[in-house]
Design a protein around this ligand. Structure first.
Ligand SMILES: [Fe+2]
Length: 142
């Protein structure tokens, strides 16, 4: 899905001006306006003022940060994400010192927008990531 792949389009080149160099090049490249809007909205309140409105936008906003914690959890386990259960994830989610750079407040705000609780969203995210464990580098060593 293009939005998932392209949401950090300018991050590598402009880490301090994230999403400020995204709109024009992606529109010029022919990406639909709705997709560009979704990409911009994942930085809502951080580096853009484009509020997530659609479900896709809200999901992207929420899981962008959430998947960081999931990946950090998975990296600590011999079997990676393959046997990561929601219970273990929630423990790490509540431990503010774990993957401290991942903003819990932001994730909770996103979940509220979605009308779901973190546990539900994380379960879906983990299930969605599991089949891609190898490419994400979280398949473990076993
Ligand atoms: Fe981003």
């Amino acid at each position: 899905m293009a939005v998932g792949m392209l949401h950090d389009y300018d991050y590598e080149k402009y880490p301090d001006e994230h999403l400020q160099h995204t709109e024009k090049p992606l529109l010029d490249a022919g990406l639909p306006e709705a997709d560009v809007r979704a990409i911009l909205s994942h930085g809502y309140g951080i580096c853009t003022d484009v509020e997530p409105v659609t479900n896709m936008e809200k999901s992207l906003f929420t899981v962008d940060e959430l998947t960081g914690i999931i990946q950090a959890c998975a990296r600590m386990r011999p079997l990676g994400i393959r046997d990561l259960e929601i219970k273990s994830f929630m423990k790490k989610f509540k431990d503010k010192k774990f993957a401290a750079k991942c903003d819990r407040e932001l994730i909770l705000k996103g979940c509220e927008m979605l009308g779901m609780d973190v546990k539900e969203v994380a379960e879906i995210a983990i299930e969605g990531m599991r089949p891609h464990a190898e490419e994400l580098g979280i398949a473990g060593n076993g």
